[in-house]
Ligand binder design. Structure first.
Ligand code: FAD
Length: 386
C-alpha cells in the first residue's frame, strides 16, 4: 500500500492547480453572476489541455490515464467551482464512460472522440417526476420498431438539460416492472419530438443548466441503444464511477473552503488578535482538515481499486456518502468562521455551501447510499418495496 502520488501524478495535480487558479477564478465568478455555463471556447480549451476524457483510451481521443488522474484534475477544477469543472466531470466520469464501454462500436467512434475534443457534451437523463430514489419506477418507454427506437416520456433534473448536445436516456423497453426491462438510449438534442422544460432555478449549481426533457415519439436508430433491457446492472456499474466524481466535486468544495478559511482566520483580528489564536477556532480547523483528508483517501481508494474499470458499489457509495456529508459540514463551518463575510455573495464561500448541499442529492441521495453500504456490508440487497 502506497499513499504517495507518483511524480507524474503530482506534476499533473500541480499543473491543473496552477491553470485553475491563474485562469479560471474570474471565469467562475462570471458564471456565478450570470448563471451561464462555461463557454464552448473554454470547453475546447479543456480539450487542448487534455482534461476531457483524460481517463479515456488514446485510441478514442483521451489521454489513456487512469480514474485517479481524472479525479485529481476534477478536484482542482472543482475547487474553483462546480460549474467550471462540470464539462470535465461529464467527460471523465459521466455518461460518456457508459457509452464507451457498452455502446455499438460505430456509436462509440462517433461520440467519444467528439467529447474528448470538446465538440460534444453529453448529459445523463435518469430521474423522472415519479422516479427519483426509486429509479426503477421510471416510465419513459423505448419501443423497438424495425431498425428504430421510439421514445416517449418525461425526464427531470437533468444537469445539462437543454444545453448538452446529447443525452443518455434511461428507458423501459417493455411493460415488465422493475429493473429488468430498463436500458439506456443515446439521443441527440435536435432529434424531432424532443423538447425541454423551462430552466430550473436551483439553490446552487449556477452555471449547470437543468431542465425537464420531454420525449414525444422521438425516433433514433436502433444502434443508439447503449444498454438494452436487462443491462441495468451495467448502467449502475458505470454509475459507480460517477459516484466517485460526485464525491470528488463535493470534497473539492470542502477543500477549497478550508484553504480559504485557513488564510482568513490568520488575517481576521478580534479581541486584539488573529482569530486563529482562539482554541475554539483551532479545533474547528483540525476537524475540517481531518474530514477533508479522510474523504480524499476514501475517494482515491475507490478509484485506485478499479483503476481502468468501474469501482465497487460499496467503495464508491462509502466515498460519496462520506464526502457529501463532510462537504456540507466543512463548508458550513468555514462559512461560519468567516462570519458576515462568509455569508456575503462577495466571496465564494456561500456558493460552496450551496453547491456542497446539491452533491448530496445529485447522483443518489445520501440516505439511499447508506442503504447500499449496509447491503454490501451484510451481503444482501434490502428491498425498499417489500
Ligand atoms: C443538483 C442536482 C443535479 C442532478 N442531476 C441529475 C442529472 O444530471 N440527471 C438525472 O437523471 N437526475 C439528476 N438529479 C436528480 C437526482 O438524481 C434526484 O434528485 C435524486 O435521485 C433524489 O430523487 P428525488 O429528488 O426524487 O427525491 P426522492 O426520491 O423523493 O427522495 C427524497 C428524500 O427521501 C428520502 N428517501 C427516499 N427513499 C428513501 C429510502 N428508500 N431510504 C431512505 N431514505 C429515502 C431521502 O432522504 C431523499 O433525499 C439531480 C439532482 C440535483 C439536486
Amino acid at each position: 500500500m502506497d499513499f504517495q502520488l507518483s511524480e507524474e501524478q503530482k506534476e499533473l495535480q500541480e499543473s491543473v492547480r496552477r491553470y485553475a487558479t491563474e485562469r479560471l477564478l474570474p471565469i467562475a465568478e462570471e458564471i456565478e453572476r450570470t448563471g451561464e455555463p462555461p463557454s464552448r471556447e473554454l470547453v475546447h480549451e479543456f480539450a487542448e489541455m487534455g482534461y476531457l476524457g483524460i481517463n479515456v483510451p488514446e485510441a478514442l481521443g483521451g489521454q489513456g490515464l487512469g480514474n485517479l488522474e481524472a479525479l485529481l484534475v476534477l478536484e482542482e477544477l472543482g475547487k474553483v467551482s462546480s460549474a467550471v469543472a462540470f464539462p470535465v466531470f461529464e467527460s471523465c466520469v459521466g455518461p460518456v464512460r457508459a457509452i464507451e464501454k457498452f455502446a455499438d462500436p460505430s456509436l462509440v467512434a462517433s461520440v467519444v472522440p467528439a467529447v474528448c475534443a470538446g465538440d460534444k457534451m453529453i448529459a445523463i437523463a435518469m430521474s423522472e417526476p415519479q422516479a427519483g430514489t426509486a429509479l426503477t419506477d421510471l416510465t419513459t418507454k423505448a419501443r423497438i420498431e424495425g431498425d428504430e427506437v421510439i421514445i416517449n416520456g418525461t425526464k427531470r433534473w437533468c444537469s445539462g438539460g437543454g444545453h448538452a448536445d446529447a443525452y443518455l436516456v434511461y428507458c423501459r423497453f417493455s411493460d415488465e416492472p422493475g429493473a429488468k426491462s430498463i436500458g439506456a438510449v443515446y439521443v441527440e438534442k435536435d432529434t424531432q419530438g424532443l423538447s425541454f422544460g423551462r430552466p430550473e432555478h436551483l439553490m446552487g449549481f449556477r452555471g449547470v443548466p437543468s431542465s425537464d426533457i420531454f420525449f414525444d415519439n422521438v425516433r433514433v436508430p436502433a444502434k443508439n441503444v447503449v444498454v438494452s433491457a436487462g443491462g441495468f446492472k451495467k448502467l449502475m456499474a458505470a454509475f459507480d464511477l460517477e459516484r466517485c466524481g460526485n464525491a470528488t466535486m463535493a470534497m473539492a468544495q470542502a477543500a477549497a473552503a478550508l484553504a480559504d478559511v485557513a488564510e482568513y482566520v490568520q488575517e481576521r483580528r478580534q479581541f486584539g488578535k488573529a482569530i486563529v489564536e482562539f482554541q475554539g477556532v483551532q479545533l474547528k480547523l483540525a476537524e475540517m482538515q481531518m474530514q477533508v483528508e479522510a474523504s480524499r483517501l476514501l475517494i482515491w481508494r475507490a478509484a485506485v481499486d478499479a483503476e481502468h474499470g468501474f469501482p465497487s458499489i460499496s467503495a464508491s457509495s462509502i466515498a460519496k456518502c462520506f464526502a457529501n456529508e463532510m462537504a456540507r459540514t466543512v463548508t458550513g463551518n468555514a462559512l461560519q468562521l468567516m462570519g458576515g463575510y462568509g455569508y456575503s455573495k462577495e466571496y465564494p464561500m456561500e456558493r460552496r455551501f450551496r453547491d456542497a448541499w446539491g452533491w448530496g442529492i445529485a447522483g443518489g441521495a445520501i440516505d439511499i447510499q447508506k442503504v447500499n453500504i449496509a447491503g454490501a456490508m451484510i451481503g444482501r440487497r434490502f428491498n425498499q418495496r417489500a
